[in-house]
Design a protein around this ligand. Structure first.
Ligand SMILES: NC(=O)c1ccc[n+]([C@@H]2O[C@H](COP(=O)([O-])OP(=O)(O)OC[C@H]3O[C@@H](n4cnc5c(N)ncnc54)[C@H](OP(=O)(O)O)[C@@H]3O)[C@@H](O)[C@H]2O)c1
Ligand SMILES: *[C@@H]1O[C@H](CO)[C@@H](O)[C@H](O)[C@H]1NC(C)=O
Ligand SMILES: *[C@@H]1O[C@H](CO)[C@@H](O)[C@H](O)[C@H]1NC(C)=O
Length: 334
């Protein structure tokens, strides 16, 4: 009798869930960027530059923020030509600044950007970097820089932009984490900590800004072929290379396009490829529920994906063990 009740409850509960899912699929409409202002940190290179091209094609005005002036100039011209080829009328401007620098400078940058191109409708935090190395080899300076740029750099400018978005009663905020922000990977201790911190920040912020019609999206790129990735590749321990290789290497434009599409839909997670889908589903936890398809995947696939994770984790451990053995052997033969 009691078991029977439980089954009924479960059936009703799942029925309501599925109905809700179906309704939300058909009623949720994608926002558009025509005539809107998009600010992209790290917009002069890699994924951020890909986002700039993508939103310019959709008719947005674009502000690019990065440090190197020559790279900004080059990006400015490229994005302008993309906009004009697409027949889109958006403007493009650039600001040279260190996002981990003086908060007052960031505040005045946001003010200047808005006074020339209107209120920021979408903020894409893409500036960031990674260095893979063994934990004890990371200098205190590098450790601090990794947190300052990847984490605090997104915090400071987002605080500034959120104030303005709340007044507008609309907006989209994107944080760029990493698949490495969802699980520990050899060589990425500090990077994982910084990128993982962004995820929890985004979960809490999402709840705060929802009444103001502002959505939050976290992008989790897999390995993506960018200048930043090439730089990281130069000093990467072989373990890190072998472990992260299992998710493949993606094109910046593909990751950027998916980021924009998911952000316009208001989805909390954005990722590319099977490993990305598996990890974001598996790590959803108490994250916000923003779309039916992801929610259903989380409800029905978490157990399966946790089982699959055992094979991945086993193969990662094997890589680390084998490389360790190789090093021991080469030391002995010296
Ligand atoms: N590529 C990948 O495989 C991968 C994977 C997972 C996550 N991600 C993340 O995705 C984001 C973009 O990566 P990417 O590979 O496209 O990087 P990228 O090619 O190195 O581009 C990084 C951009 O950020 C800017 N930047 C870096 N530090 C900055 C600072 N302190 N202040 C202002 N701007 C700064 C850079 O310009 P300046 O140097 O001139 O300032 C550049 O425009 C990063 O957050 C990265 O951690 C990348
Ligand atoms: C929320 O923002 C969207 C644009 O992002 C706008 O179309 C819509 O009217 C806004 N809704 C409210 C209730 O302000
Ligand atoms: C990364 O470095 C290795 C050499 O250590 C090289 O074979 C590989 O092509 C590099 N990959 C990229 C994408 O630069």
């Amino acid at each position: 009798m009691e078991l029977c009740c439980l089954v009924e409850y479960l059936a009703i509960f799942m029925g309501i869930g599925l109905l809700g899912a179906a309704v939300s699929i058909f009623t949720k409409k994608k926002r558009d960027l025509n005539g809107k202002h998009v600010l992209i940190t790290g917009g002069s290179s890699g994924i951020g530059l890909g986002v700039a091209h993508d939103v310019a094609r959709r008719g947005a005005s674009v502000t690019l923020v990065a440090r190197n002036v020559a790279n900004l100039e080059k990006a400015l011209e490229d994005v302008r030509s993309t906009a004009s080829k697409a027949g889109a009328g958006g403007k493009v401007q650039t600001f040279s600044a260190d996002i981990s620098g003086d908060p007052e400078k960031i505040a005045s940058l946001v003010k200047d950007a808005e006074s020339s191109q209107g209120p920021i409708y979408m903020l894409v935090n893409c500036a960031g970097f990674s260095r893979a190395m063994k934990f004890e080899d990371i200098s205190p300076q590098l450790a601090k820089q990794m947190m300052d740029v990847n984490f605090m750099g997104s915090v400071i400018i987002t605080q500034e932009v959120v104030r303005s978005m709340k007044q507008q009663q609309e907006g989209i905020i994107v944080f760029t984490s990493s698949l490495g922000g969802l699980l520990g990977i050899y060589g990425f201790t500090l990077y994982t900590a910084a990128k993982g911190a962004l995820v929890k920040l985004a979960e809490a912020l999402c709840q705060e800004v929802k009444p103001y019609n502002i959505t939050v999206t976290v992008c989790y790129p897999p390995d993506t072929d960018t200048p930043g990735f090439e730089e990281e590749n130069k000093t990467k321990p072989v373990e890190t290379k072998l472990i992260s290789e299992s998710a493949g290497l993606f094109k910046a434009d593909e990751v950027a396009h998916k980021l924009v599409e998911d952000a316009l839909r208001g989805s909390f997670c954005s990722t590319t490829g099977f490993e990305g889908f598996m990890l974001t589903t598996l790590c959803a936890g108490m994250g916000p529920i923003t779309d039916a398809a992801s929610f259903l995947a989380q409800v029905f696939l978490t157990g399966l994906f946790r089982s699959i994770s055992a094979f991945y984790l086993w193969s990662f451990d094997r890589i680390v063990y084998q490389e360790h053995q190789k090093r021991l052997a080469s030391k002995k033969s010296e």
